[in-house]
Design a protein. Structure first.
Length: 469
């Protein structure tokens, strides 16, 4: 052993830290670390096996959570009013339900550990799997939000529940002491929980990959356990959907008309849609954050009740103005995407514009106060915007719908690859035909959204005091 120039001992010989210097006197370069070393260890197959095994119970919980949400929606909006003696849900019905949702959500956020889960106004972000003690608060806050009609989706709660359950199980088993291994098992649980929700396990993989910022050779090393859990999760979702008759709650459109090859005017419309979606998404996100920081955080429970009343009032106003059910403005929009696409001719232009405005405002309010995910309302609003523009010359319905979905998704999520995949897979076989248009709309929307987003202030930088002169 010899002592190198830094005072630390190291092996001697060529190529070692203590080896001879180069011709110009510089120390020799150290051998680069092997990024694939974890795969060659005996613990990596155990990690894969653990991810696969944990995928089963996580998917059972995720499927049960979605089943409860979808069962409560008709129970609250159809069965309950009939049980109370009404012929159907009265026009004012969403107001008390959303007020109760605000009260339950606010209390869960305020009183239970974990703050009710991720703040949807902050976008979709991964901060590591939550602790087991936080999961009841996540489940209750999101269940009260989603089932009662808040304009949010289930993906963020599922990511938190799947990751928390998987990481908690890994800690309880005691086989995984390394924090990175526990994090990998937690990520696999999140993969599994949303494996079938977005229409394909591959979309869930890209979503979590882009959100987590994985890159380089470590991407594959960390992604493989999640992909394995995701594939198993998709099988579990499919099997449970067939066995129970409840379906898989998957994002999908059926019987999409075959799209024609893209035209030059449609590429022009892709630019327009990308820019419009960037401005719309930026406006929604800024308003939601302003409401959260100025109102909701300071007065959590009463502000969330008022937010529920605001969402209910928007739904009542939409129903009174258009004659359509208030539920079309409420909820995430996941199950209404197919109706919007196939029955778009049944909407007048005024009804479509009111739906866009009302659901967009309800989305802002829901993001600021309730608990859920931002993806599905963004897809619905983007699709509705595409339907509106499809009435204009040079743009047909299928490419307009797909471009709107992708452009507003990237404006809200800032995840370009995931947004392209969701929009194209949603359209089935026609998705491959319209993919070039979707890519243009998504890229334009992504770049304009980033240009509209102010750069973060440098840490420690303060505004200089005015001169006394």
């Amino acid at each position: 052993m010899s002592v190198g120039p830094t005072g630390q001992s190291g092996p001697t010989g060529p190529g070692g830290p203590g080896g001879p210097a180069g011709p110009d006197g510089t120390p020799p370069a150290a051998a680069p670390p092997d990024p694939y070393a974890p795969v060659r260890t005996r613990g990596y197959p155990k990690l894969l096996l653990t991810s696969a095994v944990i995928g089963f119970p996580v998917c059972l919980v995720a499927f049960g959570f979605l089943a409860v949400v979808h069962a409560l929606e008709p129970l609250l909006y159809e069965d309950l009013p009939r049980a109370l003696g009404f012929a159907g849900a009265p026009l004012w019905w969403p107001l008390p339900l959303l007020a109760v949702a605000g009260l339950l959500t606010g209390l869960a956020v305020r009183l239970l550990p974990g703050n009710g889960g991720h703040e949807p106004a902050d976008g979709l972000a991964l901060g590591g799997p939550p602790a087991l003690s936080a999961l009841p608060g996540v489940a209750l806050a999101s269940l009260a939000s989603l089932a009662f009609g808040a304009v949010l989706g289930p993906e963020a709660p599922l990511i938190a529940l799947g990751g928390g359950l998987a990481a908690g199980a890994a800690r309880l088993i005691g086989r995984w002491k390394d924090a990175r291994a526990v994090a990998a098992v937690g990520a696999a649980g999140s993969f599994a929980a949303i494996s079938a929700l977005l229409g394909s396990p591959l979309v869930g993989a890209f979503l979590l990959m882009e959100v987590s910022g994985l890159a380089g050779p470590m991407l594959g090393v960390m992604l493989v356990p999640g992909l394995l859990a995701s594939g198993i999760g998709a099988l579990v979702f499919t099997g449970l959907g067939d066995w129970t008759g409840l379906g898989t709650y998957s994002l999908a459109l059926h019987d999409v008309p075959r799209a024609a090859e893209p035209t030059l005017p449609e590429f022009g419309w892709a630019l327009v849609l990308g820019v419009a979606a960037a401005f719309a998404g930026t406006g929604i996100r800024r308003l939601a954050r302003w409401l959260k920081e100025r109102v909701v955080v300071r007065h959590r429970v009463p502000a969330t009740v008022l937010a529920g009343l605001a969402v209910g009032a928007l739904a009542v106003g939409f129903s009174a103005a258009t004659g359509k059910p208030a539920q079309e403005l409420l909820f995430s929009g996941q199950s209404a995407l197919g109706t919007l696409f196939h029955d778009s001719a049944g909407y007048s232009m005024a009804a479509l514009l009111l739906l866009l405005l009302g659901k967009g405002l309800a989305y802002c309010v829901s993001l600021s106060a309730f608990r859920g995910g931002p993806i599905f309302p963004a897809l619905f609003l983007g699709g509705a915007g595409g339907v509106v523009l499809s009435h204009l010359p040079g743009l047909s319905l299928t490419p307009a719908f797909a471009m709107g979905v992708g452009a507003l998704a990237v404006a809200m999520l800032r995840l370009p690859m995931t947004s392209v995949l969701m929009a194209t897979l949603l359209m089935g076989r026609s998705g491959l035909t319209v993919m070039p248009l979707v890519i243009v709309a998504v890229v334009v929307g992504y770049v304009v959204t980033l240009r509209l987003t102010p750069a973060p202030a440098a840490p420690g930088r303060t505004t200089p005091a005015p001169s006394a002169a």
